[in-house]
Design a binder for this molecule. Structure first.
Ligand code: GLN
Length: 484
């Protein structure tokens, strides 16, 4: 074959494997070669476990659904024997996972090979991967720009053909937004669809693990492997897992697609807006019915999220006390100083900001005014979606209001950065599912095309429906086939 195996999709590799012309070892070697050739300028990987991956490839059973397919893993999902730093200095070089997260166990059972750890915003807090305490990851489409975040390493590795697919996590947009910026497909499953056991928690009521892939078909293949009830995660749902590939027949005639007026407002980059409108036109041509809807509490989503997410983070990150988890300073004079100095040194600015904010909104006297209030608004946001899904099957919007921004452009303005997630956050608050698929390019930079993502949201546990729509869209377009 003339094209590199690393550039193929899971489905294409499965077909190649069936012909017997290639082996899982060829695939793993090709991906490692691609990482060696191309990752130094992008910086998606924090580490790769080449030797072990080749060994697994030798034993791989290609009759399994993901047999012999190497997958990059966001650095907050535990893989036994591999480092897990969550993009943070506090864990770097000090923590090696002692167990497999349930998603990893399931991926391995399906035959997949975890190949390396990919970069992220520290503890998944951010939208650009610039908050990583370890390294900068660049957008393969334009090395002056960020890949999005927090799963920036996942999206950059898939876009750069240094991974066949990746696992990321999404608390407020972290799978969908980097997918939009890097021209990949990113699926956030409904809350509870996929076990969070072994995912280092940021905000436990919002976090979900999901795939970043080159096509929706590949996302369905991975979701088939990782979805389902897990006795080790009491919030995982005991609901049948359909075969997600079965709904993908390209047929969306008569499907009702909602366009929320609150998601098509001023402030969206004009090239993004025009690509989204063209994308929606394509869906209409495929026979879908486009219906105007309203999600009236949208304007409160970002502030609600930043109260709930920081509150939960302040509790979840307490475990990094440099006693059990985390690097410790060498010279504390007493235990309080031990905590204070180790945490001050180990955590980056954004993580500290959120721990302080989260502690504040939970503190006595402010709890009712902020945290309890935010929970009430969260219910209103969830009700908006429940009502909307009485009228429509799915909802479409831009995934992000802009294409990828320049490195350094937003770092000093956290509030501006928080707005990068304005269209993705509500889905996490409501617990519903969402996917981003490529729908065009912005050309604001004369030298580089910048990918744009179309977001498709569906009711809780309706991953089949959103995958069906994104797959139909991909069958009718070729945006997802473009490479940097
Ligand atoms: N960008 C959002 C944040 O910083 C979402 C991150 C995420 O989904 N992990 O919280």
């Amino acid at each position: 074959m003339s094209t590199s195996l690393a550039s193929l999709t899971i489905r294409q590799l499965q077909n190649e494997l069936k012909t017997g012309h290639i082996s899982p070892v060829d695939i793993v070697n090709d991906v490692i070669e691609s990482i060696n050739n191309k990752d130094s300028e992008v910086g998606a990987y924090l580490s790769i476990n080449a030797e072990e991956a080749i060994k697994s490839a030798k034993d791989a059973d290609t009759s399994k659904p993901l047999g012999g397919i190497p997958i990059s893993i966001k650095d907050l999902i535990n893989v036994e024997g591999q480092p897990c730093s969550c993009g943070s200095k506090i864990l770097k070089d000090s923590y090696v996972s002692t167990y497999d997260a349930t998603v990893i166990k399931k991926l391995k059972e399906a035959g997949a090979i975890p190949l390396g750890r990919v970069n992220m915003d520290e503890f998944a807090m951010g939208s650009s991967t610039e908050n990583s305490g370890i390294q900068i990851t660049k957008n393969p489409w334009d090395l002056k720009r960020i890949p999005g975040g927090s799963s920036g390493g996942s999206a950059a590795s898939v876009a750069n053909d240094t991974a066949i697919a990746s696992l990321g996590s999404d608390t407020g947009g972290s799978i969908r937004q980097p997918s939009s910026f890097c021209g990949t497909v990113g699926l956030k499953p409904s809350y509870g669809r996929v076990s969070r056991y072994g995912l280092v928690a940021f905000a436990s009521s919002l976090d979900q693990i999901g795939p970043v892939t080159k096509t929706s078909e590949d996302a369905a293949i991975i979701l088939n492997a990782i979805a389902g009830k897990d006795p080790l995660d009491s919030t995982s749902l005991d609901s049948d897992v359909p075969n997600y590939l079965e709904s993908m027949n390209g047929e969306i005639k008569g499907l009702r697609i909602g366009m929320p007026k609150e998601y098509f407002t001023d402030g969206i980059n004009p090239e993004v807006l025009s690509s989204i409108h063209k994308g929606i036109e394509t869906l209409r041509e495929l026979g879908a019915e486009i219906i105007d809807i309203s999600l009236p509490h949208t304007e409160f989503a970002v502030s609600t999220y930043y109260i709930i997410a920081t509150a939960e983070a302040s509790a979840n990150l307490a475990r990094f006390d440099a006693v059990r988890y985390g690097n410790r300073v060498s010279d504390p004079t007493n235990i309080i100083e031990h905590y204070r100095k180790s945490r001050a040194q180990g955590f980056g600015e954004e993580v500290k900001r959120r721990i302080i904010l989260g502690t504040y909104v939970l503190s006595s006297g402010y709890n009712d005014a902020y945290y309890v209030k935010a929970q009430k608004v969260r219910t209103l946001i969830r009700n908006d979606f429940t009502k909307a899904f009485e009228k429509v099957d799915v909802i479409v919007s831009p995934t992000a209001p802009t294409p990828a921004f320049k490195i350094g452009e937003m770092c000093n303005d956290p509030l501006q950065m928080y707005l990068a997630d304005i269209f993705t956050i509500a889905a996490n608050l409501a617990g519903i599912c969402g996917i981003s698929t490529p729908c065009g390019f912005a050309t604001e930079d004369a030298d580089n095309r910048l990918p744009i993502g179309l977001q498709i949201l569906g009711p809780a546990l309706q991953e089949s429906t959103i995958l069906k729509v994104s797959d139909a869209f991909e069958k009718a377009t070729d945006w997802h086939k473009q490479r940097p």
